[in-house]
Design a protein around this ligand. Structure first.
Ligand code: T4K
Length: 371
């Protein structure tokens, strides 16, 4: 009899067959071009922009440096409005730029920044809004943009989870002034580590490219204190190969999402946030909310799953605003973020990745349903 594969992690990286990668390695060895905007970098940048349906993008060595440079290129200073319900890199990128994060609560259905609460947090020092399309679910981009236009603010989307998401017929990444992506091993699409900034024009891309390469324009010209955030040739070559596999991988995720929804809908005390509307989604995560009626608390359930070798994750608990470097901020006060706090106390993300076998998924579902 087939036994479930243990442990079962919340995610596993998309990895094409190794033999498909070997010809890329041959080429790298042959050309001896390892980094600094080599041929695979150039090809991947073009093909990725085409795939995503965006005009311009700049590749990065990871998603965190993409965020740091996105803030630099728009010369963001002062205060930036952001969400506490995200991975800590979102707010850390502000600190690395000497910017004060101002946390605003999330919407209970989207888990993204609640646009109705943004205006009250704007001060004379506010220069930008940095929302996150959490779990790849689109923010209310229209309302966010309206506020930004009214107050003259920039918008940088942390779109680390939103690879390939389309909203109302076009790439979600086209919204705001800039969007950043992560290609970390745990993401829908990975280059081991990696990331990108999506930008609307060639001029901005040029400045981003300078800043990710120490500020160098040419051999003798440095236009600013840039950093080293370049994607190398191994990452870029792997990205090219991944592009051939990612559609199939997203479809496998979709099937897993369907099965969870079908089978968990009848379990009392578990709610599955509905799929986003007007969206071609990427099935990046499968969050469920553990309500009061469920016989176990969220943490008890997490522990029970672990005892069975199932490593679900409480993304995003604790809230960013609860970490020591943020909790002293006035906007981090418990009373300011009740919806985010509730979500962080109820959420658990179930395993979802292309190679997750139906048998393993059935085991996860049965542990959730049997209590
Ligand atoms: N903004 C947002 C909204 C983000 O979510 C992230 C990253 C960023 C910005 C920053 O982007 P990067 O600089 O990372 O490109 C993971 C990832 O490390 C992080 O990239 C990600 N968000 C975050 C949500 O999740 P952990 O601490 O949960 O990762 P870890 O190592 O516990 O991995 C989770 C599971 O994945 C493991 O239990 C097993 C599996 N796994 C992981 C790795 C690394 C593998 O099977 N293979 C692997 O190589 O943070």
């Amino acid at each position: 009899m087939n036994q479930p594969e243990k442990p079962i992690f919340v995610t596993r990286p998309l990895l094409p067959p190794l033999e498909e990668f070997l010809p890329y390695l041959d080429q790298i060895w042959e050309g001896k071009w390892l980094t600094n905007g080599g041929p695979f970098h150039q090809e991947f940048e073009k093909k990725l922009a085409d795939y995503l349906g965006v005009e311009h993008l700049a590749l990065f060595t990871n998603g965190t440096l993409a965020l740091v440079i996105a803030l630099q290129v728009l010369r963001i200073t002062g205060e930036v409005i952001t969400t506490p319900f995200s991975f800590v890199a979102t707010a850390h990128s502000l600190i690395w730029n000497g910017i004060k994060p101002v946390f605003v609560d999330i919407h209970p259905e989207t888990f993204n920044l609640d646009p109705e609460k943004i205006e009250a947090a704007i001060t004379p020092h506010t220069t930008a809004i940095m929302p996150v399309h959490v779990y790849g679910r689109p923010c209310d981009v229209e309302k966010v943009q309206k506020i930004a236009d009214t107050y003259g603010l920039k918008v940088i989307y942390d779109a680390a989870h939103a690879f390939g998401v389309n909203y109302k017929g076009e790439s979600l990444l086209k919204h705001g002034d800039l969007s950043t992506l992560s290609f970390h091993a745990t993401k829908i699409f990975n280059t081991f580590e990696g990331g990108a900034i999506v930008c609307p024009d060639a001029k901005t891309k040029k400045r981003i490219d300078y800043l990710k390469n120490f500020g160098y324009v040419d051999e003798v010209t440095v236009i600013g204190p840039g950093i080293n955030a370049k994607m190398n040739e191994l990452q870029a070559a792997f990205g090219l190969l991944q592009l051939k596999h990612v559609d199939k991988a997203i479809d496998r995720r979709r099937k897993i999402d369907v099965r969870y929804r079908e089978q968990l809908s009848s379990v009392k005390g578990i709610s599955c946030p509905p799929l986003p509307t007007d969206t071609i989604y990427n099935y990046s995560h499968f969050p469920i909310m553990i309500e009061k009626e469920y016989p176990l608390s969220r943490d008890e359930l997490n522990e029970k799953l672990r005892q069975h070798g199932i490593f679900a994750r409480r993304y995003f608990y604790p809230l960013i605003s609860d970490f020591p470097m943020y909790r002293g901020l006035p906007s981090a006060m418990q009373t300011n973020l009740p919806i985010a706090r509730k979500a962080a106390s109820q959420v658990i993300c179930l395993p979802i990745y292309p190679a997750l076998q139906e048998l393993d998924q059935q085991e996860i579902i049965s542990h959730l349903a049997e209590v």
